[in-house]
Design a protein around this ligand. Structure first.
Ligand code: SAH
Ligand code: SF4
Length: 387
């Protein structure tokens, strides 16, 4: 079931007390709509989004369907994309019934929908059949319609400032569960006469820890016979799992790569991102260099700017040293506050000073506006509150 909550009052740059505010909001929703649970219990069923095309072909052949049928269903699933078998109007009614009976139309059920007060950011919390929850966020910026999707429920990497990391690992998402998040928003946008323009794999979880499912989902989304989304308009972000960056380079993947750096010294990075103890900066930067040698693709580095932690001139100069010789771009995002981390977002002045040092050193840098902070639109923040 859907609960749409339009929150008013605060703008995205305001930073105190977000967790508390959303807790209150959820309490209000529970009280105001008695009997409606925020956590539905979808039944465990195979999903029509699980099989790839050959598997779907095999299944429909087993059911005695003619060979062209699988591509027809595939087109409805990914090209249109249909929200239910009833919409697949040129399929025989008996097949539509069998599809929904035996496969089920997806495993994600919308639990909660939140809109930022400026209307530009929309966040959806999805319930999974095993009662796990994941989030996806739609951001509007001028003509861009970007969605941020999740690849895991929780995350094993334990980055201290991250709401998902603070939850711990629950499970990997399946291919279909990753793809479904995109299809959900693609359908919503198309109802409003809009189109999805970008996908960032920066929601809950570490995509390279769930590498196979994530890459198959990317293949599904870029399949010219299916969703046909441009690989260059997709960005996958990793905390820095070195062997997987190497594999990603070897496979000549066409989607863009972003690496979450956040600190320029091993000492600081290991405090913030425990994975740095396993793959320290020297190994990570070497993997980035070799990625660029093999693919000639520009890299993005992400930097959550935290006051008096990693926003110093020294850290900025360290970042310049690390990225020397690389074709890269730095995305600076003032920290989104989370419940279990005491750090604060850097002030605008400090963010600007940080950016100036990078640009003076020849590294392009963008300070990202924190979007939807009033709806906990940061990675994992909402699932963490309702868990
Ligand atoms: N696991 C991947 C992708 C998901 S996180 C990764 O870590 O790259 C996407 C980005 O959001 C990462 O750069 C992550 O460090 C950043 N992030 C996490 N928590 C944040 C917070 N509280 N404020 C700002 N950025 C945050
Ligand atoms: Fe996991 Fe990324 Fe959060 Fe780190 S920042 S805990 S890798 S989701």
């Amino acid at each position: 079931m859907a609960l749409a909550a339009v929150l008013g009052g605060r703008n995205c740059a305001n930073r105190a007390g977000d967790g508390a505010r959303s807790s209150v909001l959820l309490g209000v929703l529970r009280r105001e709509i008695p009997g409606i649970s925020l956590i539905p219990q979808p039944t465990e069923k195979r999903s029509i989004y699980d099989p790839n095309l050959p598997a779907l072909q095999a299944l429909l052949a087993e059911w005695g369907e003619p060979p062209y049928r699988a591509r027809q269903v595939w087109g409805w699933l990914y090209r249109r994309p249909a929200a239910s078998p009833e919409e697949m109007t040129d399929l025989p009614a008996a097949l539509r019934r069998r599809l929904s009976r035996e496969l089920g139309f997806g495993r994600l059920e919308k639990v909660l929908e939140l809109h930022s007060s400026d209307g530009e950011t929309e966040k959806v919390l999805f319930g999974l059949p095993d009662n796990r929850q994941v989030e996806a966020v739609l951001m509007r910026y001028q003509r861009r319609r970007t969605i941020c999707i999740s690849t895991q429920a929780g995350c094993a990497m334990g980055c201290v400032f991250c709401a998902t990391g603070q939850m711990g690992f629950q499970r990997h998402l399946r291919v279909g569960e990753i793809v479904e998040q995109v299809l959900y928003f693609a359908r919503q946008l198309s109802h409003r006469g809009e189109r999805l323009t970008n996908i960032v794999v920066m929601g809950m979880g570490e995509p390279f820890h769930n590498y196979d499912a994530t890459m198959e989902a990317m293949d599904r989304l870029t399949d010219p016979d299916g969703f046909n989304f441009g690989a260059r308009r997709i960005t996958v972000s990793t905390v820095g799992l070195v062997p997987m960056i190497e594999r990603f380079a070897r496979e000549q993947r066409q989607v863009n790569l972003a690496v979450s750096l956040h600190a320029a010294t091993d000492e600081l990075r290991s405090e913030m991102l425990p994975i740095n103890r396993k793959y320290p900066l020297a190994a990570l930067m070497e993997a980035c260099r070799s990625y660029q040698r093999e693919t000639h693709r520009r890299l993005t580095f992400e930097w959550a700017l935290i006051e008096d932690v990693n926003d110093t001139a020294e850290q900025a100069r360290g970042l310049l040293r690390l990225t020397r010789g690389l074709d890269s771009h730095v995305n600076v995002i003032p920290l989104n506050p989370t419940r279990k981390y005491a750090g604060a977002a850097s002030t605008r002045e400090r963010a600007r000073a940080f950016k100036e040092i990078l640009e003076a050193g020849g590294i392009p840098c963008t300070i990202r506006v924190r979007r939807g902070i009033d709806i906990n639109a940061g990675c994992g923040q909402l699932a963490n509150l309702t868990a």
